[in-house]
Design a protein around this ligand. Structure first.
Ligand code: NAP
Length: 323
């Protein structure tokens, strides 16, 4: 990989050689927890936040399953608390995006939009992004009624009819959130049973605003300047029909944000970074934590735990060499 250092200013670090002890990519629960633990190990970590400070958790209206908050905590608020706690011990946060990494030798080199950074250890916590349906009208009408975030866009659908696609926790949770604004929420699921947890299912089934359309997919989203209607197909009967809606919220899972690590870090068949139990990747000194390396749990608490483990391991690596 051509990785030109010329003319790119180095990031400031507390080390005389300007090389960072620990660089953390991503500021979701995994990155924030890694920052806290690395800061408390006096490593003065640098977090490159990416575009989504707080990660996907920050887009969640209320998180009810993070321990320590019996009444729940706002996703954004939890992100801010994580950050404050890490900063208290010396973590530095830069709102920037890593566009290229070179992990072929140490120090690792990380190119962002603003600078180039060298790091003794790297913790990858870049999370995942929503999967798209890839149907006609989806891209064209994104931001014009098609959305992947109810917390961000729900407000625009006051007294309007919305469709929600998916049958997992996200679809049901976000569907419930949308009942605050929308007149009706039609949860469209390709099977006839939900994947979502029992508590969420129960709440959704009790909601007067939510209805379910089973065994059905959306084939097309139509509208001139905004979403106007969707074409639905029943997978059991093959029947197609058109339904008028003002918004389509899509929650059909996530894909890991691993693009810049291709050819360097080992990944599984789904593109998640492969790690061992100590969050070690195939490259000594590079660790991965959170949803980037976790296709199984994807919870705030598990991501935070992985971030803490990665930082502890990075600390050991710096103290003892390869661990
Ligand atoms: P998910 O559990 O993978 O569910 C994705 C849903 O989308 C499934 O119902 C799936 O259908 C459907 N789907 C996938 N591809 C589709 C397609 N092309 N067309 C139509 N439907 C499609 O994803 P998630 O709901 O985002 O949850 C991800 C993880 O985060 C899970 O582990 C979940 O437990 C966790 N989470 C937890 C909470 C919470 O605890 N409160 C909240 C949000 C997320 P099938 O069911 O047929 O596969």
């Amino acid at each position: 990989m051509d990785f030109n250092l010329t003319g790119i200013p180095a990031a400031s670090s507390n080390n005389p050689d300007g090389i960072e002890n620990v660089v953390i990519l991503g500021a979701g629960p995994a990155g924030m927890s890694a920052a806290l633990y690395a800061a408390r190990a006096d490593l003065n970590p640098l977090v490159i936040t990416g575009m989504e400070l707080g990660g996907q958790a920050a887009l969640t209206y209320i998180i009810e399953n993070y321990p320590g908050f019996p009444e729940g905590v706002g996703g954004m608020q939890l992100g801010e608390l994580f950050q404050k706690q890490a900063e208290r011990f010396g973590a530095r946060f830069e709102f920037d995006v890593a566009s290229e990494v070179n992990l072929s030798s140490r120090p690792f080199r990380i190119k962002t939009y603003g600078k180039e950074i060298q790091a003794k250890t790297l913790i990858v916590a870049t999370g995942a992004s929503p999967v798209h349906l890839r149907i006609p009208g989806e891209t064209e009408l994104t931001g014009k009624g098609v959305s992947y975030c109810a917390t961000c866009d729900g407000w625009f659908f006051k007294d309007k009819k919305v469709a929600v696609v998916g049958g997992g926790d996200s679809a049901v949770e976000e569907g419930l959130f949308l009942t605050r604004f929308a007149s009706t929420v039609n949860i469209i699921h390709r099977r006839d049973e939900l994947r979502a947890g029992a508590i969420l299912q129960d709440r959704a089934k009790k909601s007067e605003k939510i209805r379910f359309t089973w065994d059905t997919v959306i084939k097309e989203i139509r509208g001139k300047d905004a979403v106007e209607e969707i074409v639905l197909q029943n997978l059991k009967t093959g029947e197609e029909r058109v339904e008028a809606v003002d918004g389509v919220f899509i929650f059909i899972g996530h894909k890991p944000n691993t693009q810049i690590f291709g050819g360097q870090l080992e990944m599984d068949s789904l593109g998640y970074i492969s790690t061992d139990m100590q969050m070690r990747t195939n490259i000594a000194g590079v660790f991965a934590a959170g949803e980037i390396a976790d296709p199984h749990y994807r919870q705030v608490v598990t991501s935070a735990g992985m971030g803490a483990a990665a930082a502890i391991q990075a600390t050991r690596f710096l103290e003892q060499g390869e661990v």
